[in-house]
Design a protein around this ligand. Structure first.
Ligand code: SF4
Length: 405
């Protein structure tokens, strides 16, 4: 496995696969041909189907600015079976191609050309990690420090700070989320309303306010941390923020260690399956975010490596089959609400794990395999193309309303 730095990336939303990855690819294209007069960019598959809603063209245009950019959208083609492929053609002043560069965005802001990044972990799955913990007595977070060195804590502090900033920014901002759906930002009002409640109701409303805050920031193109993706970036920060500031007042160091464990969980899925909605549906984004948060919370509550693994497994298992069908290709419906739902679910998963001794029949590694197979069996309609499910029913209602006018 590669470094968890490769999983937690700080950058602008709304989509790691459709905004961050393509923006990085555009920087590479520009570096390859800085003398180009203009660029022709062809977007394929899911990138073409939902790229407008996800602001893919805007992200690329910004990186290539002030060069002129022409876009070609080919949603019915998926070169090399990669759902988010893109081709950059650098043109001279006569429109002649002087350089061409192909890549694919593979989720979490990563590109397939990153493939050569160094594999730093000797373990490739959760069973390997549990075996190491059992043999040496190391905690799960200790495996991250052992491999990535003590410098990893500085990086995770940057990640934590960016996560907190996205919560704060989201709680302070109101108004309508751009994109045309007319959705109001809800985080600040949820936060205010939480003060009217006590007990479970208060905690649950606060947790939702934190998750909405990050997801709404993401939908507005604000800065978030992929955990594991932009679309699912609210789940881990919301859970950890609630724990630190409301429930157990844990220290910053405990939060950093929890982030290390969460990163390892996301990394294992990335290594053995996929975290891209365009490849495996939302189970790979929100399902994995829930697993990461559940493991992190369990660790803070004092869970053993076995209980941490169990929490992650429950978090993923109950999101198996979850489809990705964002309305109008925007990372808003169902994405924003789904972050709050998964954060609540992560707390429940941690609760289940802490009340058990951690023994269970289906391992986290098994669950990842099932998620991958389920994802591959999902029709393209449910893999970030916005041609089925919620996206389709929304269009149907819109057309019916127009006919009634
Ligand atoms: S439905 Fe899930 S996978 Fe799809 S864009 Fe939204 S958060 Fe990402």
């Amino acid at each position: 496995m590669k470094s968890i730095r490769n999983l937690f990336k700080i950058g602008h939303g709304p989509s790691s696969s459709h905004t961050m990855g393509p923006a990085r690819a555009a920087s590479i294209a520009l570096k390859n041909a800085p003398e180009a007069e203009s660029f022709r960019v062809t977007l394929f598959g899911s990138l073409a189907a939902t790229g407008k809603g996800h602001l893919t063209d805007e992200a690329i245009r910004k990186k290539l600015s002030p060069k002129k950019v022409e876009f070609i959208w080919k949603s019915d083609e998926e070169p090399n079976n990669q759902p988010c492929s893109l081709l950059f053609e650098a043109l001279d002043q006569n429109g002649k191609i002087i350089n061409s560069y192909r890549d694919a965005s593979i989720g979490g802001g990563a590109l397939s050309s990153d493939g050569g990044l160094e594999e730093v972990y000797q373990w490739n799955n959760m069973d390997d990690i549990l075996e190491h913990c059992n043999k040496t007595g190391a905690p799960v977070w200790g495996c991250v420090e052992e491999v990535e060195g003590s410098e990893i804590w500085d990086y995770l502090e940057e990640v934590r700070t960016a996560m907190v900033s996205s919560i704060t920014a989201g709680l302070e901002t109101g108004g309508i989320i751009p994109g045309g759906l007319g959705l109001y930002r809800k985080a600040s009002s949820f936060n205010r309303k939480s003060k009217m409640f006590t007990g479970f109701c208060k905690v649950n409303t606060l947790l939702a306010s934190y998750a909405y805050a990050v997801a709404e920031e993401n939908a507005c193109g604000g800065v978030v941390v992929t955990a594991p993706t932009c679309g699912s970036s609210g789940v881990v920060p919301a859970s950890l923020y609630l724990l630190r500031h409301e429930l157990v007042q844990c220290s910053v160091n405990e939060v950093l260690r929890a982030l290390a464990t969460a990163g390892l969980i996301g990394n294992i899925v990335k290594k053995n399956a996929s975290i891209a909605g365009s490849v495996v549906g939302c189970q790979g984004e929100i399902g994995v975010a829930c697993a990461m948060a559940a493991a992190a919370v369990t660790q803070i509550l004092g869970g053993s490596p076995r209980q941490i693994e169990y929490a992650a497994e429950v978090g993923l298992e109950h999101h198996l089959g979850l489809t990705c069908d964002p309305v109008r290709g925007l990372v808003q419906i169902p994405c924003i609400e789904r972050n709050a739902h998964a954060a609540a679910s992560a707390m429940i998963c941690a609760n289940f794990a802490m009340r058990s001794d951690g023994s269970h029949r289906i391992s986290f590694d098994d669950c990842i395999q099932v998620m991958y197979e389920t994802g591959k069996a999902l029709p393209a309609l449910y893999r970030e193309t916005s041609t089925g499910g919620l996206a389709q029913i929304y269009e149907k209602h819109l057309n019916r309303d127009k006919e009634l006018l």
